[in-house]
Ligand binder design. Structure first.
Ligand code: GAL
Length: 672
């Protein structure tokens, strides 16, 4: 299966989650009228509707869904039909109490929320297969249905289950992975703390333990949990496929998901779909948004993807739910579009009056249609119509950032040299530097073919297999520029330290190894001298040993005073750079120019707040420009702004907070 199918719809997709079962029937008529007004062409339905579709076991009520799909179709609106497996009804848990999830500390979770079923439960698996099959049989050829939406956000609110059924599946999974107990004992290093196993039945799951559990077991448990979720997806997908031909997807959460290895998930869906919400404490949350969008496009292999959920304004589930300011929703949507989304959708169409999410924003807010949000929703719908020809064009990047969920799982376990060196934080800092420099990036797995990239950046590659190390070394040998950040190449796929010392798999590429980690105390900082400038650093320093590389930056103070901090190594036809400390996105500005120069990567000339991404079409390029600053900005470009129809001759003037989608001449290069 490849993630490059697309629902049968013309132009860009616009819409949101639609939960009409929360409203009297007459509201539905108003809804479809307003959807037309807003330019909506797709809504996701049925995601939480199991209790309405099957009020008693085996007793189905499809009449309301028939009515709904017919109504949508009559108004020219298509449906992304959900399977309701994230929220089985009360009767299900009453009949099958063992299908509930057991937490790490042994608590069995009760009904009354959502997402509480055990993915290991045979009864749950049978029920979701049956329900998906029933829906597909009934609606597989309904003209409104153009897409299937399996489940909702795998991995949240719960992914792990420590109940007896899950543990039995865990044993089967381990037997398949290791065949023998010797294999398992060796992979987990069970000679340590006397954890050796001589009977499969004795193998535990990493539930509550007196002190930390075996980290190799934890890493396998994360893989197992992810596999279980994917098995459940396949059950539903295959049940649908038996009766229906429309593309099938599920909504990912890219950089916000912890439990799902999206490189693997993307192989299972027909089209990649993502949800994204701004993180309110982050004042530059639009940069995190861009990261998430690039990551989603990358797992999709560069194919156009669907943003199935974002918010028109505030969400309801953060500590302080910050409303979007006028124009912010449009900027967010256009960033997603620029970074490859051909579908821009929201959670949700109409704000709920009751329940846990009544303070969540919507396309139709509680204030009704005479509101700023609804007016902006209508305007965005019009923009997407005007920009329809962008559909199918592709983003091109010369730089790749390495992203591996297995490394995230391993690095974020306990008892690392410093709690302050975190995968996501490092990913964001390096990404932010590239974003501020106007450099468009793809994300890649360390074992991918990287030869098409001029520069590969590894902000957090703690877990790096020997074969990934060879891949990166070959990449440098063949002329690539590699930039690696501290605490990378430390362990193998079993969380065991590589033989040959810290960083051994990258020794040839980087010309350094690390003798000892010298992390800093909380709140401490140090300084790195780089070609005469002083860069502030914190959290991490180390005793690095040069093995061919040149020291470019040196620790001025702190525990590594006088030792190399930043190095450059010539290897084969390329260069390996290494940064042995934690530098902020701002401090990285001092390091990057020399690296860009080695790689032949050009940075953008426009103002830093002006985000510019190019999508390449068959006949034209489309330049999506989003001004995040309050001040007006300029971009050198000629073409037509599809949103206004204005001709641009040499210079696009973009007001503070403004956006543009400029059709321009092709800059050369292949399609994608
Ligand atoms: C998503 C979820 C939606 C809704 C939304 C609120 O994670 O898929 O159902 O809960 O969050 O922001």
């Amino acid at each position: 299966m490849t993630a490059d199918a697309w629902p049968a719809l013309d132009g860009l997709v616009y819409g949101g989650d639609y939960n009409p079962e929360q409203w009297p029937r007459e509201v539905w008529d108003e809804d479809v009228r307003l959807m037309r007004e807003a330019g909506v062409n797709l809504v996701s339905v049925g995601i939480f509707s199991w209790a309405m579709l099957e009020p008693k076991e085996g007793l189905y009520d499809f009449a309301w869904m028939d009515d709904l799909l017919d109504l949508l179709h009559a108004h020219g609106i298509s449906a992304d039909l959900g399977t309701p497996s994230v929220s089985p009804p009360a009767w299900f848990f009453d009949a099958y109490p063992d299908a509930r999830v057991t937490t790490k500390d042994g608590t069995v979770m009760g009904f009354g929320s959502r997402g509480m079923a055990s993915h290991a439960s045979p009864e749950y698996r049978a029920a979701i297969e049956r329900m998906a099959g029933e829906l597909a049989q009934r609606y597989g050829s309904h003209p409104a249905v153009v897409l299937w939406h399996v489940h909702n956000e795998y991995g949240v609110p719960v992914a792990e289950d420590f109940g007896p059924r899950a543990v039995a599946s865990w044993h089967r999974w381990l037997q398949e992975r290791y065949s023998t107990l010797e294999g398992l004992n060796s992979a987990w290093g069970t000679a340590f703390w006397g954890q050796r196993y001589d009977d499969w039945e004795h193998v535990v799951a990493p539930a509550a333990t007196p002190t930390i559990a075996n980290p190799a077991m934890r890493l396998d448990w994360a893989r197992f949990t992810d596999d279980q979720l994917r098995e459940c997806f396949r059950i539903e997908r295959d049940a649908i496929r038996a009766h229906a031909t429309q593309p099938i997807t599920t909504n990912f959460m890219a950089h916000q998901s912890w439990n799902t290895d999206l490189w693997k998930w993307a192989q299972e869906v027909d089209v990649v779909a993502d949800d994204h919400y701004l993180w309110s404490p982050d004042e530059d949350a639009h940069i995190g948004l861009a990261l998430s969008a690039d990551l989603t496009r990358s797992v999709a292999g560069g194919a156009p993807w669907m943003l199935l959920e974002h918010s028109t304004s505030a969400v309801n589930w953060q500590g302080r739910n910050i409303a979007k300011r006028p124009g912010e929703m449009r900027r967010n949507a256009l960033t997603h579009l620029g970074r490859g989304a051909d579908a821009i959708m929201f959670f949700q169409w109409r704000a709920s009056r009751s329940g846990a999410e009544k303070f969540h924003s919507a396309m139709v807010p509680h204030a009704g249609t005479d509101s700023r949000v609804f007016r902006e929703v209508v305007e965005l719908g019009a923009h997407l119509k005007d920009a329809a020809e962008v559909q199918g064009s592709r983003v091109h990047a010369d730089v790749a950032v390495l992203y591996d969920w297995e490394s995230l799982w391993a690095q974020d376990l306990e008892w690392r040299p410093s709690d302050d060196l975190q995968f996501r934080e490092r990913m964001r800092a390096y990404y932010e530097r590239l974003w501020r420099d106007g450099v468009t990036v793809d994300f890649a797995h360390p074992e991918h073919d990287l030869s098409r990239y001029r520069l590969v950046v590894a902000p957090a590659s703690y877990l790096l297999t020997a074969s990934a190390g060879r891949n990166l070394t070959r990449y440098v040998e063949n002329g690539g520029t590699l930039l690696v950040s501290a605490f990378s190449g430390i362990v193998d796929e079993h969380d065991a330290v590589h033989e040959g010392g810290f960083g051994a798999p990258l020794k040839d590429a980087l010309g350094v190894t690390v003798e000892e980690f010298l992390p800093l105390r909380e709140g401490e900082s140090c300084t790195v001298d780089l070609d005469g400038t002083a860069l502030p650093a914190d959290v991490w320093s180390e005793h690095m040993r040069l093995a061919g590389a040149d020291a470019r930056g040196t620790f001025r103070d702190g525990p590594a005073a006088g030792m190399p901090a930043i190095t450059r190594h010539s290897h084969g036809a390329g260069h390996g750079w290494y940064v042995g400390t934690r530098l902020s996105a701002a401090a990285l500005a001092g390091v990057m120019p020399a690296i860009y120069a080695d790689a032949g990567v050009e940075t953008a000339a426009q103002a830093e707040d002006l985000e510019v991404v190019i999508r390449r079409g068959d006949a034209h390029d489309f330049v999506i420009a989003v001004n995040h600053g309050a001040a007006d900005a300029e971009l050198e470009i000629s073409g037509t702004d599809l949103l206004t129809g204005a001709a641009i001759d040499g210079t696009l003037e973009l007001v503070g907070g403004g956006v543009a989608v400029v059709r321009t001449a092709r800059q050369g290069g292949g399609h994608g």
